[in-house]
Ligand binder design. Structure first.
Ligand code: HPA
Length: 246
């Protein structure tokens, strides 16, 4: 375990468009070995940044080593994880450009750290981090919806219209990353919350055909607000109501 691991209380997991995040230029890039593989992360103040698609953004969703990422955070002493996830909307009223804090998720193929013994965690998001996130969004006057079910798909292809027709009855947004991280974080007792940026309507929800170009362009548009939110997270002392750990 690194000697200075206790300094890192929080972590931020981000997706695409790292180059748009100016503050990462000042961050130090470090490698860490875990039992599940090597993880590269940035260190900035008391925060760890993991780019789930890799520093070169060449790791597609189905190839992300979630177990390595989450176990690296535990190894570094992280307690709190804020995650940013791009999603498609399954409901007309959840519009492109909006943010949503999911309240639950569906993932029929969850990953686990417990291959050799049975440990049955109860999936849930961190209420403490949800409150922090809401405080920040209100301060920045960023509109958001604060409930919704996330449906996890494997990727890398987008969903068929028939798949969307089915899942829209049970979920509000669809994405390829978040639920897996949330499950693994809970298995290791790390607090986890996600802020989803709605970057498209899922196939067939509106008449206009979906294109990858549209998703990419909208992801780029949401990054400036995400950057503002991250800057606020960096200034938060999440242990302020607790005795500081020595
Ligand atoms: N489907 C799955 N994942 C996504 C989508 C989508 O429509 N948009 C962004 N991530």
């Amino acid at each position: 375990m690194p000697k200075n691991y206790r300094k890192f209380d929080k972590a931020i997991i981000i997706g695409w468009n790292l180059k748009e995040m100016d503050f990462l230029n000042q961050a130090k890039l470090i490698s860490l070995n875990t039992p599940y593989g090597k993880v590269k992360y940035f260190k900035l103040k008391d925060c760890i940044f993991i780019c789930r698609h890799g520093i070169k953004e060449n790791v597609p969703p189905h190839r992300i080593n979630y177990r390595a990422n989450i176990s690296a955070l535990q190894k570094l002493g992280v307690k709190y994880i804020f995650s940013f996830n791009s999603v498609g909307s399954l409901k007309k009223e959840i519009k492109i450009g909006e943010f949503l804090i999911p309240s639950d998720y569906i993932d029929f193929d969850p990953p686990t750290f417990y291959e050799k013994r049975a440990k049955f965690i109860i999936p849930e998001f961190s209420l403490k981090l949800k409150e922090e996130l809401i405080k920040i969004l209100k301060k920045l006057k960023i509109k958001f919806k604060n409930n919704g079910v996330y449906f996890q798909t494997k990727g890398p292809r987008l969903e068929t219209k028939a798949e969307i027709n089915l899942i829209k009855n049970f979920a509000d947004i669809v994405g390829m990353t978040m639920a897996k991280e949330a499950t693994l974080a809970k298995e290791l007792n790390l607090e986890y919350i996600s802020l989803c940026s709605v970057d498209n309507y899922a196939q067939g929800i509106i008449k206009r055909p979906l294109t990858q170009k549209e998703i990419k362009e909208n992801q780029k548009k949401s990054i400036k607000e995400i950057e503002k939110i991250i800057k606020e997270i960096l200034t938060e002392d999440l242990n302020k109501n607790k005795k500081r750990r020595k």
